[in-house]
Design a protein around this ligand. Structure first.
Ligand code: ADP
Ligand code: ZN
Ligand code: MG
Length: 472
């Protein structure tokens, strides 16, 4: 039996407006090579200046990961040559990163696991190479983009753990508002390291897997690699330290470079940037940048509102939704009702419009009002769905929509009696059948009455008036 060990190196693009060391816009999707200047292009004689907003976000993340924060964080040059890096070195951190020795608790299945964080360090991104036929094109808009690298200890065991870790981490950075966490678009990237050994021996020779642009690929690649290494070990073949690439078309990892060909980065202190010493004011703002973290939030949603684990999982996934939920409940709506609307009808409309809750016309006030209108018997659940549609399309309050559309529940027995008479007159044979004992036909009559009333009749009143009239 073997034991496996997994450690992750995660890069996130910090959601800063400008690059790490110059004033260029940190904007994706702009025309190629328009967000560049002598600093990020590495011209001789230029001086980098630290983006204080980006370094502050770095401290916020390190703090949220329970790291020891550096009072004197330093920058180093990491030297290597590659066409996407105009300076031929990357400014990074080595000796004194923003944070180290942290941890984060994540949920894997039904249990909570603590994953230790080795360090959190600030650096700049390289440009982007685009290979087109026999040409390679370079876009330097991304060069100098502020990045944060988070290195975990090898505390994860299987691919599923790594996938769960990435999802939790993605949610965390979104909660903190420091990164959109989008792996497909490359604003969050992950290299995965894995080794195996017979149980009890400890860490093995690690293999690093690159080219993983979704958490699903991370899971698949790691599980593939654990199988591959187990096969080698079964055969007595020595596992060598190497870097491999995930090939998503073939569902396998493929060798890229062995340890001997690995780069020697010759880290040395960046002479043009002084160490950064956070002031008290800066640290106060870092503290203010921390919010209630996702797992704590989830647990509180369960204990304070009586949501089940799956319900709280759904609500807490996005901070905006969790805030929305709590606000609607604060305004008087029943928690389970709010959950039900958010997870069914609202979700459907959001999908239909490819919108986020935040961008939609639904507010916590509007949802709470809609729910109270149903509870007061003002509208039926069915009408409420139509009102919701109108809220999404017309950006109006539920009361206004009900007025304009005449969407008010009819519960006056006299008004309903008219619908009942109309339907009974049109379906004499059915009425006779019911009177003769065929109770199943009652449902048909109720349906007809609802239809005639345009869905507005209160079903309970329809039932009782109909019974009265048919059966006496
Ligand atoms: P390197 O010097 O190659 O960058 P590090 O020791 O800095 O290696 O570790 C990089 C990542 O690899 C970390 O996430 C760490 O947890 C993981 N790691 C290190 N050694 C092993 C190992 N033997 N097995 C699995 N993962 C490992
Ligand atoms: Zn620049
Ligand atoms: Mg390392």
């Amino acid at each position: 039996m073997y034991q496996s060990f997994i450690g992750l190196e995660i890069h996130i693009h910090l959601a800063a407006e400008t690059k790490a060391f110059c004033g260029c816009k940190a904007n994706f999707g702009d025309e190629e090579n328009t967000n560049v200047c002598p600093v990020c292009m590495g011209f001789p004689g230029v001086l980098p200046t630290l983006n204080e907003k980006a370094i502050q976000m770095s401290y916020v993340v390190a703090r949220a990961l329970n790291c020891k924060l550096s009072p004197n964080t330093k920058f180093e040059r990491k030297n290597y040559f590659y066409p996407d890096m105009p300076k031929n070195y990357q400014i990074s951190q080595f000796a004194e990163p923003v944070g180290r020795d942290g941890y984060i608790d994540i949920e894997i299945g039904d249990s909570i696991k603590r994953v230790r964080i080795h360090d959190v360090h600030f650096e700049e991104d390289a440009g982007k190479m685009i290979h087109a036929g026999d040409m390679s094109l370079l876009d330097y808009n991304r060069a100098g983009y502020p990045l944060l690298e988070i290195v975990t200890e090898p505390d994860l065991v299987i691919g599923e753990d790594a996938e769960a870790f990435l999802k939790s981490f993605q949610r965390l950075v979104r909660y903190l508002g420091v990164c959109d966490g989008n792996m497909e678009e490359g604003s969050m990237r992950c290299d995965a390291n894995v080794s195996i050994n017979p149980v009890g021996v400890g860490l093995g020779e690690k293999v690093e897997i690159k080219n993983l642009n979704s958490s699903r690929f991370v899971r698949k690649a790691l599980n593939y690699e654990i199988e591959r290494q187990s096969g080698l070990m079964d055969n007595g073949t020595k596992i060598i330290q190497e870097t491999r690439l995930w090939n998503e078309n073939r569902d396998q990892t493929e060798g890229m470079r062995k340890k001997e060909d690995a780069n020697d980065y010759r880290y040395f202190p960046e002479p043009d940037l002084p160490p950064f010493r956070p002031s008290d004011e800066f640290m106060k703002e870092v503290e203010e940048g921390i919010c209630e973290l996702p797992l704590v939030r989830k647990q509180r949603l369960m204990t304070s509102y009586g949501l089940g684990s799956d319900q709280a999982e759904y609500i807490h996934d996005e901070k905006f939704m969790a805030d929305f939920f709590e606000k609607a409940v604060f305004l008087g709506a029943d928690a389970v009702q709010v959950y039900s609307w958010l997870s069914s009808d609202v979700k459907k409309l959001l999908n239909r419009n490819s919108q986020s809750l935040e961008d939609s016309n639904l507010s916590a006030e509007r949802l709470a009002r809609l729910i109270s209108m149903i509870e007061d018997g003002q509208i039926s659940g069915k009408i409420a769905k139509r009102v919701l549609d109108h809220i999404f399309d017309e950006d109006k309050d539920p009361d206004v929509i009900c007025d304009e559309q005449g969407l008010v529940q009819i519960s006056d027995p006299a008004a309903i009696a008219k619908f009942v008479d109309e339907v009974m007159a049109a379906n004499e044979a059915v009425v006779e059948a019911v009177r003769g004992g065929d109770q199943r036909q009652m449902g048909f009559l109720v349906g007809q009455i609802m239809k005639v009333s345009g869905g507005k009749a209160a079903p309970a009143v329809v039932q009782s008036v109909l019974k009265e009239k048919v059966l006496g």
